[in-house]
Design a binder for this molecule. Structure first.
Ligand code: BGC
Ligand code: CA
Length: 299
């Protein structure tokens, strides 16, 4: 018998569901459909889904401490977004001169900084002078974004160990999630090494760390979510009825439910007929527990 029980399928049919986050203050799961330009808030106890239509694509976001705004990585850059009013307040657009890149994965670190990385969406990506560029990973504090990694094709998998001593990040097309020594005080990344390589035919997409410090990763193209020990050993596997899981989080009152976003992007009619639930959100009960999501600290 599987250690995972499917509890709910939330039938949202997202093109590219991403950035699944649990808000323990309100008991809601939040996620974005990047290409659908929609933000979702699902109240678990009363099963109420709210959808916010966005003026531009929201790729990743975090909760702001004691504030109703979200800190967002939109396709073009960083902004505060207020779901109730729709107010969008731009902070900085570090790749504003570029053509062909957009923001992608992101997360608030354990010290309350927001990180997000870009990807090459339309190759070749160029700067204003026509020179080739790649994606980068940025760290946002206040209205300043500092570049922390470069030479990236698709930023994904960003998360931190419970003690914040290790950061994880994947450039998805490499098939590898890397681990870094993380200096929590300065936010600098050092000692990059390979943590795990996902099987051929899949790419590492979103990750999250559980209460035991194990890393869970959604295998885009592989139709599964895998739990890895801090040493990189496979400890558990959850097979999904769709091939493109994108992002995961633990939620629910006991943080033991696994929420999974998925995508229909790039699936042709034949593939969609085989996986009619593609794009939906899946909720499983697990024998594991997550950690509360860190909140963005206003400077
Ligand atoms: C990106 C997709 C990409 C996928 C697999 C996602 O995070 O948003 O555009 O295809 O990762 O690498
Ligand atoms: Ca992703």
């Amino acid at each position: 018998m599987s250690e995972f029980t499917l509890l709910e399928v939330i039938p949202v049919g997202n093109i590219l569901g991403e950035c699944m986050l649990w808000d323990e203050v309100t008991g809601c799961a939040w996620w974005t459909d990047i290409h659908g330009r929609r933000l979702h808030r699902y109240h678990l106890a009363n099963k109420k889904l709210q959808v916010f239509e966005l003026p531009t694509r929201l790729c990743a976001f975090g909760f702001v401490d004691k504030d109703e705004r979200l800190v967002g990585a939109f396709a073009e850059g960083f902004a505060y977004y207020t779901p109730g009013t729709g107010e969008l307040d731009w902070l900085t657009q570090p790749e504003s001169g570029f053509t062909g890149t957009r923001f992608n994965d992101g997360r608030v670190d354990r010290q309350g900084r927001f990180w997000s990385g870009t990807m090459v969406e339309n190759a070749p990506a160029t700067d204003a002078a026509g020179n080739a560029v790649t994606g980068s990973l940025y760290c946002l504090t206040g209205d300043q974004a500092q570049k922390r990694l470069g030479e990236i094709r698709i930023s994904n998998s960003l998360c931190w160990s419970p003690d914040a001593a290790t950061a994880y990040f994947a450039d998805s097309p490499t098939g590898v999630i890397r681990a870094f020594d993380f200096d929590a005080a300065s936010g600098s990344l050092g000692n990059a090494r390979d943590f795990v390589r996902v099987p051929d035919g899949s790419a590492p997409d979103g990750s999250v760390i559980d209460s035991k410090g194990c890393l869970w990763n959604a295998h885009w193209g592989g139709g599964r979510v895998v739990r890895y020990s801090p040493q990189g050993d496979v400890l558990a596997e959850l097979a999904l009825p769709v091939t493109q899981p994108t992002c995961i989080c633990f939620g629910g009152p006991d943080l033991d439910l696994l929420f999974v976003t998925t995508a229909t992007e790039n699936l042709d009619d034949a593939a969609l007929a085989q996986q009619p639930e593609a794009g939906h959100v899946f909720v499983y009960r697990t024998p594991f527990k997550g950690l509360p999501e860190s909140r963005y600290r206003l400077a």
